[in-house]
Design a binder for this molecule. Structure first.
Ligand code: NAD
Length: 359
């Protein structure tokens, strides 16, 4: 039976980059026996403009019915003045929490062809291959109570709650250990156990879980040190597992080690491997509509979708190797361009990947 894929192009460069991933999925349908049905929905600013909400009811319904979701990006200058309850980012948060997508997987992988794109020395980053596993539906971004209150003194005070239950820590821990089993068998759990009780529990639970994975070497690191180690000696890491807020920050830092955020995919999975797949970057309003954006992060997100939600590891590998081949051909969008290479547009880059897959 066909699997259902919901496309949510979103805002800014979203529609341009998702269109390239759709071309890739279409060629896999016609040439490689991929059996999927694709439908499209509105999210983010596009959802707000059309239906008054960044996550329209119809989109949420379609997302619940889908086996996988491929999202472009949300947000842009146009919606910045809106009330926080209807800002484009609320569409993303609503999908993540509504679908219980608790595990965010963000690889930071350096393509050897792009070693020069990193701001770090090639010897520090060459061969870099880190997987950041970030808890996505708990922690301080969702904890209650939260708000801004007025104290008796008349001064306003903002407050949030950092909370994790044992079961939440265990389920993200399992994802990290299982991922490590398929990689280099190392997990580094990042916390701030010296200051925050919630992460003291995090450390305790991770340590307990490690007994179920005797082949995996578990280490612990405080988040401030992890931020430093990621730029000092990033190759010491294999899988990094951490909570929502620390993961948000560290995964962006890790992505920049590779030089271009335009190359990095991500997956957000529920307990049954249903997932939402999206590039790690935002909606890049500065280059939107100009056919300049790098579509490879989105195409690689589609590859992760083939791997985790559509059960087609074989096709995921084909797409990843097609991306590597177009880089070998010297094709570069502006963000990864260096002298001597051929500068291409968003659609030309997408077409180049399609051409490799159509061979
Ligand atoms: P951004 O990632 O959109 O852009 C940062 C810089 O990287 C920009 O110069 C942009 O042109 C460039 N860039 C990003 N993606 C690129 C690509 N594929 N190819 C080439 N260059 C690329 O981050 P930002 O500027 O901080 O945020 C812009 C908007 O995106 C904001 O509204 C923000 O809220 C939103 N945002 C959305 C998501 C998401 O949808 N998941 C994530 C982050 C930011």
């Amino acid at each position: 039976m066909s699997k259902k894929v919901l496309l949510l192009p979103g805002d800014g460069i979203g529609p341009e980059i998702v269109a390239q991933a759709v071309k890739v999925l279409d060629v896999l349908k016609s040439n490689h026996g991929l059996d999927i049905e694709m439908t499209e929905g509105l999210v983010g600013g596009a959802g707000y403009d059309a239906a008054g909400h960044p996550l329209p009811e119809a989109t949420m319904q379609a997302a619940k019915e889908a086996d996988a979701i491929l999202l472009g990006a949300v947000g842009g200058y146009k919606w910045e003045a809106l009330d926080i309850s209807v800002r484009p980012e609320k569409g993303l948060l609503g999908l993540r929490s509504g679908l219980q997508l608790f595990a965010n997987l963000r690889p930071a992988f350096l393509y050897p062809q792009l070693a020069d794109a990193s701001t770090l020395k090639p010897e520090v980053v060459s061969g870099l291959d880190i997987l950041i596993v970030r808890e996505l539906t708990g922690g301080i971004y969702f904890g209650q109570p939260r708000g801004i209150r007025t104290l008796d003194s008349g001064e306003r005070q903002g407050y949030n709650t950092y909370v994790y239950s044992e079961s939440e820590i265990k389920r993200i821990g399992h994802v990290a250990f299982q991922a490590a089993m398929k990689r280099n068998k190392k997990v580094c759990s990042v916390d701030k156990a010296n200051v925050l009780e919630v992460t003291e529990l995090w450390r305790e639970v991770m340590t307990g879980l490690a007994k179920e994975y005797p082949e995996v070497e578990l280490s612990h690191m405080y988040v401030d040190n992890a931020a430093m180690q990621l730029v000092r000696n990033p190759k010491q890491f294999d899988v990094v597992v951490t909570g929502n807020m620390f993961g948000d920050i560290l995964s962006d830092e890790a992505s920049m080690l590779t030089g271009s955020i335009g190359m990095l995919p991500s997956a957000s999975l529920d307990a049954n491997n249903k997932g939402m797949y999206e590039p790690s970057h935002g909606s890049a309003p500065d280059i939107a509509g100009k056919n300049l954006a790098n579509p490879l992060a989105t195409i690689l997100s589609a590859a992760m979708m083939l791997r985790y939600s559509l059960g087609r590891e074989d096709l995921a590998l084909k797409v990843e190797s097609a991306v590597s081949e177009v880089l070998d051909q010297g094709l570069r969008t502006g963000d990864i361009y260096s002298e001597g290479m051929t500068k291409v547009s968003t659609s030309e880059m997408g077409q180049a990947v399609v051409n490799v897959l159509a061979k």
